[in-house]
Design a protein around this ligand. Structure first.
Ligand code: GLY
Length: 520
């Protein structure tokens, strides 16, 4: 809101919000992590900026093998867990190309709050408590998030981050080169060299936030604008919507929820099986465009029996799989829209809570653990239980596959209707899909859509996870159709803004966590 009041547009507001989230919600996202930015300018231009981390130049496929044994924790905590952070480059690109000069004031505002500190609430306190053994391993992280006696900061304690304040102030003054080609890159490379990490100055100097072509597909007369690989979210939300087009989802969600859940689980299984096989950074792996071919998706959909779950043994075979390719509780999502018609959705992340738990000394920067989003060995699940294949193997300079799914829905005339996205690893994809269905098909408002219960199925493990709010008889009906049920849990934390058919802008934030929309 401050950025808009200073004369900025939605893009400036989104940059300011992303930076501030890194200060007041740094266990979820921050400048040591990455992001995907999806936007639509008032003039109708679609933007996709890829600020995903890249693997170090010295990364290799056996980097998590110790004495012949895979060490899956090494991709999650410590020096080998981080890729080159991309958020600074992506936000700078958004600010310089589409904003109105708000970079310096937004960064300074973040610097100020980091320096002054703030009283922490439940979410931050519980994140620090859960991660305190890992944070304690890295002195700069311990200094920032634990008390002198090693106990975690608790609700009501003031979190001051003076090093992060100085880092943000320097970025405000000097711009992203300070981070990629100057003092931050040097500090990070020095720490990595002293701690058996691989990231070095060349990795930072070579980092670019890439402009990508948004993935545009259609669903019941709307244009669905999603993020292309290395996001898997854009692709699989599109795939699932096309599979769902033949079903009366609006009526089922209102009147026959068990059938809606069953069909959602069946489309999710097929989409996530394709994800595990085909998806990776399309600059390195052959990701077929045919995955969103309407005919292919209809074939997948035709396998669905609305009474009975069917086993999905493996991925599908999209058309032109080798010659029409894409290379031409943690995490946070934000959206901003202004009166002129600029729309933006950004998902930001350091990956899991506090990323690698490493804070680079004297910078206050929490480093991501995005390397865990690679498939570190065939069939070995990552922190989200996801498995992957060759397309998502570790390679120098490659970006790990992501589920982050910033999405914009346009009406058939190209005017914006809805934007949404979520936090929550692979559950991001399911949460975003269900927000779209609840608004477009069921006719709910964005508040109601975000509050409505969700389901998630990621093919492997073969378990359907419901949220706790579904009626027990609905879940019994779903189970009777042959689904193996998982213990209920939260499915994503989503944010959305819609332009109602009457022309009003309405913002909503997920009731599953603290917080509220800055304007509604
Ligand atoms: N780090 C979570 C994701 O990008 O999917």
């Amino acid at each position: 809101m401050n950025a808009l009041a200073r004369g900025g547009n939605a893009f400036d507001a989104a940059v300011a919000a992303a930076i501030m989230l890194g200060v007041v919600d740094g266990h979820n996202s921050g400048i040591g992590g990455g992001c995907f930015v999806l936007g639509r300018t008032a003039a109708g231009e679609l933007i996709a900026i890829d600020g995903r981390e890249t693997a170090p130049g010295r990364a290799h496929r056996d980097m998590y093998v110790r004495d012949g044994q895979l060490d899956p924790l090494a991709s999650q905590i410590g020096p080998l867990a981080s890729g080159v952070p991309g958020q600074v480059a992506a936000l700078a690109k958004l600010s310089l190309s589409y904003g109105r000069g708000g970079w310096s004031s937004s960064l300074s505002e973040g610097a100020d709050v980091a320096e002054r500190g703030y009283l922490i609430g439940n979410a931050t306190a519980s994140a620090i408590r859960r991660k305190s053994p890992s944070l304690a391993r890295f002195p700069a992280a311990a200094e920032q998030f634990l008390k002198g006696d090693g106990s975690p900061l608790a609700v009501g304690d003031r979190l001051r981050q003076p090093d992060l304040g100085r880092t943000l102030a320097a970025l405000a003054r000097e711009g992203p080169d300070w981070f990629y080609r100057g003092p931050f890159a040097e500090a990070c490379a020095r720490w990595m060299a002293g701690n058996e990490g691989l990231l070095d100055r060349t990795d930072f100097a070579g980092y670019v936030a890439k402009s990508r072509e948004p993935l545009v597909t259609s669903y019941r007369g709307h244009q669905i604008v999603g993020f292309p690989p290395p996001s898997s979210g854009g692709m699989h939300i599109a795939q699932m919507l096309i599979m769902l087009e033949r079903f009366p989802m609006g009526r089922w969600l209102s009147e026959e929820p068990a059938t809606a859940i069953h069909v959602l689980a069946e489309v999710m299984k097929r989409a996530f099986a394709d994800r595990a096989h085909w998806l990776g950074d399309a600059d390195f792996a052959a990701v077929p465009r045919g995955l969103v071919d309407p005919e292919y998706c209809r074939q997948l959909s035709a396998e669905i029996d609305i009474r009975q779950a069917r086993e999905v043994r493996s991925h599908g075979m999209p058309p032109r799989a080798t010659d029409d390719l894409f290379n031409r509780r943690h995490t946070t999502h934000l959206t901003a829209v202004d009166a002129e018609g600029n729309w933006v959705a950004i998902t930001n992340t350091v990956n899991t809570t506090f990323g690698s738990c490493v804070v680079i000394p004297e910078t206050g920067v929490v480093m991501n653990n995005q390397m865990d989003d690679f498939s570190i060995a065939p069939g070995t699940p990552n922190a989200f239980g996801l498995i992957g294949a060759e397309a998502n193997s570790v390679q120098p300079g490659k970006r790990p596959l992501s589920s982050m799914s910033p999405t914009i829905v346009l009406n058939s005339d190209g005017t914006p209707r809805l934007t949404c996205g979520a936090a929550g690893g692979p559950r991001i994809i399911s949460a975003t899909l269900q927000c779209i269905l609840r608004v477009l098909d069921q006719g709910l408002s964005v508040d109601q859509a975000l509050a409505a219960p969700r389901v998630h199925h990621q093919w492997s493990p073969d378990r359907l996870m419901p949220e706790g709010d579904w009626a027990p008889e609905v879940l019994r009906d779903v189970e009777s159709r042959g689904h193996k049920m998982a213990t209920p849990g939260n499915i994503g934390i989503a944010q959305a803004i819609e332009r109602t058919p009457e022309g009003n802008l309405v913002a909503a934030t997920d009731p599953r966590t603290e917080g509220s929309a800055a304007a509604d």
